[in-house]
Design a binder for this molecule. Structure first.
Ligand SMILES: NC(=O)c1ccc[n+]([C@@H]2O[C@H](COP(=O)([O-])OP(=O)(O)OC[C@H]3O[C@@H](n4cnc5c(N)ncnc54)[C@H](O)[C@@H]3O)[C@@H](O)[C@H]2O)c1
Ligand SMILES: [Zn+2]
Length: 377
């Protein structure tokens, strides 16, 4: 029998690619519930053109119990991707992030426990941000987990991480799933809450639940109208509109950039493999790329004359390094990231180019907002 799948947030960046894969490659029946958040989709009353026409689209919020209950009642699998996704924004829109991300999942779990349904699997979209700073190595102390850098340290432009025991400088290692969680924003906290709530209810009631911690996901369809989206979309959009990338600190912060197609590979493995049940997996590449490198790669491809702006500013709560250890998902689910950063960026730029003349580039409005709230120094 064809599996019936509900994708919450299925009109968004990752969700819409997942919907394509579920329908076109796997032949599943897919329903979507999505609010079409204005910040992500602009003002619109119909789903975006890229959305798969074979999916059943329902406009609504996961915070609407009745609506969600009806859709869950018709599903075998739920991918829960609906969320507010801005890290910095979550530090001043606290209620909105808690309502959508924590209470939204509370609705889903309450329905799974109290209403009739046939749901056999739930997959939750978590994030690398739950870790805070990643795992590191200190020459004297071995493996350590540095705390967030202090305001005083940032004020003195000492960007690199120090050992929490002896204070020496440390080097980043790959961060595995057993590393301590240390979220440094309301968004990250909401993802940690989702993980705990989902696994607790899943274990208690025998609902197979999998948590996937996506690292920095980039690719086509990432909202360009949303100034809170990922750095690749922001730098590409700025370059295509003649503006140089703005780089915080010294540009040597490193991240693990994962293409959206590889994230979708992990999402589908999570429903196909029983080894995924009740587990938490990192979804990344294990390859560190600095923000400076991202800026260079993107501007070289679009407009080599643009020189990145190093404004010596920093955002409170930003982490310095976090790179995924993906041994667990490789070994248990057979996951292999397939798309190189260079290839993924080529695809992203090809997709943004034709839209460039219509784009209203707004990333600096966000910087003003962060400054007003004291979150950017
Ligand atoms: N993009 C990344 O780098 C990244 C990294 C880690 C985790 N994630 C997680 O992956 C998921 C998808 O993120 P994305 O990058 O595709 O973001 P996105 O903003 O493109 O997609 C989220 C979708 O959810 C919808 N939505 C928001 N609140 C809703 C609600 N209450 N009810 C129904 N729909 C709602 C939005 O309209 C949007 O279409 C999120 O849970 C996010 O936290 C993303
Ligand atoms: Zn030490």
């Amino acid at each position: 029998m064809t599996k019936k799948i509900l994708v919450t947030g299925g009109a968004g960046f990752i969700g819409s690619h997942l919907v394509d894969k579920l329908i076109d490659q796997k032949g599943y029946e897919v329903s979507i519930i999505d609010t079409l958040e204005e910040q992500v989709h602009g003002k619109r009353d119909h789903p975006p053109d890229y959305l798969n026409k074979s999916a059943k689209f329902h406009r609504g919020s996961v915070t609407d119990y009745k609506k969600l209950e009806d859709l869950v009642g018709e599903s075998d699998v739920v991918f829960h991707l609906a969320a507010m996704v801005g890290v910095g924004q979550s530090m001043y829109n606290i209620k909105k992030y808690v309502d959508n991300n924590i209470l939204g999942l509370a609705n889903l779990l309450d329905i799974l426990v109290n209403s009739p349904h046939n749901v056999k699997k739930v997959i939750l979209a978590s994030s690398n941000t739950v870790y805070g700073e990643g795992k590191c190595h200190c020459d004297s102390c071995g493996v350590v987990f540095p705390k967030l850098r202090s305001l005083n340290q940032l004020k003195h432009k000492e960007w690199e991480l120090s050992c929490p025991n002896c204070g020496s400088k440390v080097k980043p290692l790959l961060t595995d799933e057993d590393s301590p969680l240390n979220p440094s924003s309301i968004y990250a906290f909401s993802k940690q809450a989702q993980e705990k709530m989902g696994l607790m209810i899943g274990n208690t009631y025998g609902i197979n639940t999998t948590v996937l911690r996506f690292f920095l996901t980039y690719g086509t369809r990432q909202a360009l109208s949303n100034p809170y989206t990922g750095v690749c979309a922001i730098f590409s959009t700025r370059a295509l509109t003649g503006k140089p990338p703005i780089i915080f600190e010294d540009g040597n912060s490193s991240r693990d950039f994962i293409n959206v197609n590889d994230v979708c590979q992990a999402l589908t493995l999570a429903i196909e493999k029983n080894a995924a049940n009740g587990e938490v997996f990192n979804v990344g590449t294990s390859i560190p790329i600095t923000i400076r490198e991202v800026a260079e790669i993107i501007t070289r491809k679009i407009s080599p004359d643009l020189k990145p702006i190093f404004n010596q500013q920093y955002r409170i709560g930003d982490i310095r390094h976090c790179i995924a250890d993906i041994s667990k998902i490789k070994n248990k689910l057979g996951y292999r990231p397939l798309i190189t950063f260079k290839k993924g960026i080529d695809d992203l730029i090809e997709w943004i180019k034709p839209q460039a003349k219509y784009i209203k580039e707004t990333s600096e409005i966000v910087l003003d907002k962060l400054k007003e709230k004291g979150l950017l120094k």
